[in-house]
Design a protein around this ligand. Structure first.
Ligand SMILES: [Zn+2]
Length: 117
């Protein structure tokens, strides 16, 4: 009970995750999608929840808004732009917040959408 009430109070004070930005990819994987600022390439990024995605606990607990977070540098195939993504997830791996240098986080829907040019 103590644990649950703590968890719920944490969730209450934190913003709720947005579905659509992260999709499951196998039992220990997660996929997010970024778009390069420079060339517009859409890049799928596979994250291993077992190693790359870290739980916010201990000294990290108050450093971000999520229950889990990942920091990753992504380089697409069309240019050499380095996309530095820091993504915060809630307990169900929905994206709560993201900071992406050199690009932006997009949803699976946006990833699959044909460019309207
Ligand atoms: Zn690019």
């Amino acid at each position: 009970m103590g644990f649950l009430s703590k968890l719920f109070s944490n969730l209450g004070s934190r913003s709720k995750g947005e579905p659509g930005y992260a999709t499951p990819d196998g039992p220990h994987g997660l996929r997010i999608y970024v778009q390069c600022d420079k060339c517009g390439e859409k890049v799928p990024v596979r994250l291993r929840t077992s190693s790359e995605v870290q739980k916010r606990e201990g000294p990290d607990a108050d450093q971000g808004s999520g229950q889990y977070f990942v920091q990753k540098t992504i380089v697409g195939s069309k240019c050499y732009q380095r996309i530095e993504a820091t993504v915060e997830f809630d307990a169900r791996y929905n994206v709560v917040e993201s900071t992406v240098k050199g690009g932006k986080l997009i949803t699976l829907k946006e990833f699959n959408k044909e460019d309207e040019l």
